[in-house]
Design a binder for this molecule. Structure first.
Ligand code: NAP
Length: 184
């Protein structure tokens, strides 16, 4: 069964980018992609991905010579006219109502088949999905740093249940299940 998983790295004080929209505090750190909750294993289970426009533009600006490495169908939430990566399967779309978000999420789940949907970020996209009852898991790699401000991890009230805890390199990794209000 497809899960919708917000998988990201965060500072200890809950920011996924610093005030300058930089990830320099993150990209310099040691971790094992094949290790506990590492990206290599996670990536193998993905059938679709979704991100907001700031994250998409970060990938465009910082991704290097082959910046779009994703093979899964992707949705970018935006009201802007963004430039696609040549040959990439990317749908630019807006979801201004809960109904539109639910319909969009159903498209992603259908495209994912038996695999999972990765919520790449940022926080606003994860928050909208959580508030619509569409987010199943949050997986964070917590970097040993505080940033004091920046792009928030998950700007919504979301109840979570801790399912797995591990260390990977410099990171404390935690997998949480989202607890829905109507769940037992
Ligand atoms: N630490 C990590 O591992 C990690 C992971 C992912 C991202 N990041 C970074 O974190 C930062 C996140 O930026 P952010 O907080 O601005 O979040 P974001 O989700 O990347 O972008 C937010 C923007 O997406 C668009 N959007 C969101 N929901 C929408 C909807 N329902 N319909 C239409 N458009 C929608 C809106 O912009 P417009 O409508 O104006 O286009 C909104 O301002 C970025 O710098 C990114 O690089 C870090």
């Amino acid at each position: 069964m497809t899960r919708t998983v917000y998988y990201t790295a965060t500072s200890l004080d809950g920011f996924i980018a610093d005030r300058e929209n930089s990830l320099s505090w993150l990209l310099s750190r040691e971790s094992d992609q094949e290790g506990p909750m590492g990206f290599s294993t996670f990536e193998k289970g993905l059938g679709a991905i979704v991100m907001g426009s700031t994250t998409y533009r970060w990938v465009q600006d910082n991704g290097g010579p082959d910046p779009w490495s994703y093979t899964q169908p992707a949705w970018v939430l935006t009201h802007r006219d963004l430039t696609p990566f040549p040959g990439a399967d990317i749908r630019f779309t807006a979801a201004d109502t809960r109904e539109e978000l639910v319909a969009l999420h159903a498209e992603m789940v259908a495209a994912a088949g038996e695999l999972d949907v990765w919520v790449v970020g940022g926080g606003p996209v994860a928050a909208q999905l959580a508030e619509a009852g569409l987010l199943d898991e949050v997986v964070v790699a917590i970097a040993p740093v505080t940033l004091g401000g920046g792009a928030p991890l998950l700007p919504a009230r979301v109840e979570l249940a801790t399912r797995e805890v591990a260390q990977n390199g410099e990171f404390a990794c935690v997998r949480y299940a989202v607890v829905r209000p109507d769940a037992d």
